[in-house]
Design a protein. Structure first.
Length: 115
């Protein structure tokens, strides 16, 4: 089992940038495919981006492609989400997800983009 702790959220103006981090516990971080999801008020949780175990493959939702970049550092047990050109519609709680013999979630970090 893995425990996930997100950080890096906050309030930013439209057009600005943030970098989210997700620190994972345990010694088998490289066994997990990692992803970021988000949930806006009154909406369902939606996929944002994911990255393979060794970082060689990344996937993005169409609404963030070209603006967000997911990466990971297996030596630091951390996955990142760099978010550029933020829009008000990116406002949501962002959750880190780990998948391997199960699916695990962090507690989320709030991102608010003002217009």
């Amino acid at each position: 089992q893995v425990q996930l702790v997100e950080s890096g959220g906050g309030l930013v103006q439209a057009g600005g940038s943030l970098r989210l981090s997700c620190a994972a516990s345990g010694r088998t971080f490289s066994s997990y495919a990692m992803g970021w999801f988000r949930q806006a008020p009154g909406k369902e949780r939606e996929f944002v981006a994911s990255i393979s175990r060794n970082g060689g493959r990344t996937y993005y939702a169409r609404y963030v492609k070209g603006r967000f970049t997911i990466s990971r550092d297996n030596a630091k047990n951390t996955v990142y989400l760099r978010m550029n050109s933020l829009k008000p519609e990116d406002t949501a709680v962002y959750y880190c997800n780990a998948k391997y013999l199960g699916s695990y979630w962090g507690q989320g970090t709030q991102v608010t983009v003002s217009s």
